[in-house]
Design a protein. Structure first.
Length: 220
């Protein structure tokens, strides 16, 4: 469905081709390598704000966050609790080695996207690797709850690492559930991404055939 939606840009004069970007597959492991220890340091140790930021610090926010962490830590989600525990373990046992390794690999990941964007204005891919899944039942296992919270971010989290602007644009419905198309642009070219998203929305609004609708089992 996303491929069909991407080719709708050809109606606007764009040229749409398929590329190979193998390093994208390790984007989530790189994100986790940075995120687990980073979350622990920021959330558990630095009151949700962190240090080294050169912008404005909302001191009331850090104070409120610190009080909440001390009085209601059990209110954190199972996924957050797990990340804090794993992050603390990694910091104590490996001294930031894997955080640093992931940060080093992030440079290669960014370069791979930059290389792809030298010959293209935008990259297009599914926003999520699957449709929205049912919420875990109250009696669901911890494994199911954590898996459900993380299974949708494989395509989005790499750009939290690299800083490339990315935008979700609804592009169709599949068995009553929405499908999202993600547009990724060069760093600092957010306006190009926004213009492309707007152009697709305008095209879809004028042409009912611009948004595909399929049922499972039909060829697409």
């Amino acid at each position: 469905m996303v491929k069909e939606a991407a080719h709708k840009f050809e109606q606007l004069g764009s040229r749409v081709t398929t590329i190979s970007l193998p390093l994208h597959r390790v984007g989530m492991p790189i994100f986790m390598g940075i995120g687990v220890e980073g979350v622990t340091t920021t959330v558990a140790k630095n009151n949700g704000v962190g240090m080294g930021w050169k912008g404005y610090y909302t001191t009331s926010l850090s104070e409120a966050y610190a009080r909440g962490m001390r009085t209601n830590p059990d209110d954190l989600s199972p996924t957050t609790k797990l990340m804090l525990l794993v992050g603390q373990y990694m910091l104590e046992k490996h001294y930031g080695r894997y955080y640093g390794k992931a940060q080093n690999m992030a440079r290669s990941l960014k370069a791979a996207y930059d290389d792809a964007l030298r010959d293209a204005d935008l990259l297009v891919m599914p926003t999520t690797p699957m449709k929205a899944q049912p919420l875990p039942s109250p009696g669901a296992s911890l494994i199911e709850k954590v898996a459900r919270s993380m299974e949708q971010v494989a395509n989005t989290c790499p750009f939290d690492v690299t800083g490339h602007p990315a935008l979700n644009v609804p592009c169709g419905m599949l068995d009553g559930l929405p499908v999202g198309m993600m547009l990724i642009g060069r760093q600092w070219e957010d306006a190009t991404v926004l213009r492309a998203g707007h152009a697709f929305e305008q095209l879809a609004g004028k042409d009912v055939d611009a948004i595909p609708k399929f049922r499972l089992g039909n060829s697409a």
